[in-house]
Design a protein around this ligand. Sequence first.
Ligand SMILES: *[C@@H]1O[C@H](CO)[C@@H](O)[C@H](O)[C@H]1NC(C)=O
Ligand SMILES: *[C@@H]1O[C@H](CO)[C@@H](O)[C@H](O)[C@H]1NC(C)=O
Ligand SMILES: *[C@@H]1O[C@H](CO)[C@@H](O)[C@H](O)[C@H]1NC(C)=O
Ligand SMILES: *[C@@H]1O[C@H](CO)[C@@H](O)[C@H](O)[C@H]1NC(C)=O
Length: 331
Amino acid sequence: MALSSGLGTVLTFFLFFCVFEASDALPQKFFNVMNYGAVADGKTDNSQAFLKAWKYACEYGGRSRVLIPPTTFLLGSVTFQGPCKGSMAFLIKGTLKAPTDSSKFFINTWIGFRYLNDLTVKGGGSLDGQGSAAWGYNDCAQNSQCPPLPTTLRFDFVNNSRVHHLRSINSKNSHFSIFACNNMNISHVKIMAPSNSPNTDGIHIGSSRNIQISRSTIGTGDDCIAMIAGSQNIDIFDVFCGPGHGISIGSLGRDHENDYVQGIHIRNCTFAGTENGVRIKTWSPSLKSLASDMRFEDIFMKNASNPIVIDQEYCPRAPCIPEARTNSLLR
Ligand SMILES: *[C@@H]1O[C@H](CO)[C@@H](O)[C@H](O)[C@H]1NC(C)=O
Ligand SMILES: *[C@@H]1O[C@H](CO)[C@@H](O)[C@H](O)[C@H]1NC(C)=O
Ligand SMILES: *[C@@H]1O[C@H](CO)[C@@H](O)[C@H](O)[C@H]1NC(C)=O
Ligand SMILES: *[C@@H]1O[C@H](CO)[C@@H](O)[C@H](O)[C@H]1NC(C)=O
């Protein structure tokens, strides 16, 4: 009797673990950054506390939720890496502020996510890149010898992810960068920077496929959305762009042979007070490149200076001939 009931218990436990292993059904668990040493005074750098919360969340096998409560945190340059054992959510309820000093960022990133599968970033909070001091280096936009400025939110090698209900303001460089990602949905984001802030692209996509951007408002000093080489199957709808330089494909053909952009669908988007509307550009002179299968539907232009631009001699800063560039670097 005692033996059979003992065996029953063992069997029950065994089944219990089998089920959890197989279905990834461990309960959702919150990892509040406050429990890992975060200080919400807006002055203390919380990089270590955030990374520690991420580490424990990443090692948990179930649905991990890193929680940033609704208050203001200063956060230095951090990259949250996978692979993780279960699905990850990053819930930003408060405001994260970047350091103003541009020299303190690693790999041109303020907040990075990389090598992840099944990531959600959401929460209704804000990312404040505190870019205005960095934009002061106006010459940097013209001068390749300046240190590159950090992107606010960078996704590299991330699959099956979602970003929604998030605000990004005053990034030092691009707001969001998506590189080598597959299957990402971005919706209900609000991205803002002044119309005269240099290089503050809203969403910059390269080497990525199956990306959907919808129900969002983007107003910046550069492209609202830019798709460069390797962007494939990008679906953009219900996006309001303005101010900014519009939605751009390219420029292609500057550094690599066979740059391509393929399968772009842009529908029901509004451009208001923008320098351009929709734009396709290849570099001058251009290496062999391809942009194909592009559809633009129900595009509304309100006071867009150049509603449709197809530029096969893209030359942002004349003169573009190689000799002249060399000369200007020697100056
Ligand atoms: C993302 O998907 C690609 C295949 O599309 C795969 O090679 C890569 O390992 C995946 N990355 C992660 C972090 O799961
Ligand atoms: C993105 O949204 C589409 C529906 O519009 C859905 O089929 C797809 O699974 C979503 N992807 C992710 C990663 O949530
Ligand atoms: C077009 O986008 C706007 C938001 O910019 C939205 O309110 C509207 O419902 C969309 N229209 C259709 C037909 O989806
Ligand atoms: C048109 O857009 C420009 C910026 O491109 C802005 O300065 C101007 O005020 C806008 N005019 C109207 C009537 O909205």
